[in-house]
Unconditional design. Sequence first.
Length: 62
Amino acid sequence: MKPKVILQASILISAAASLALSISLYFAGNDESDKLNGIYVGVWVPSILALGAFLLAGRKDN
């Protein structure tokens, strides 16, 4: 496999895992802090995708 494909896959898997964790934290708990933790983890998704876009934009494909 090419390193670019591995990087793209790992970024998408990380974002999907963060989204799944966020949803489970938000709906699993009954306390208000559980919902806030779910929202906090949900903010990671666009951060992970932005980091991935930054890393992929900096790559030179020859």
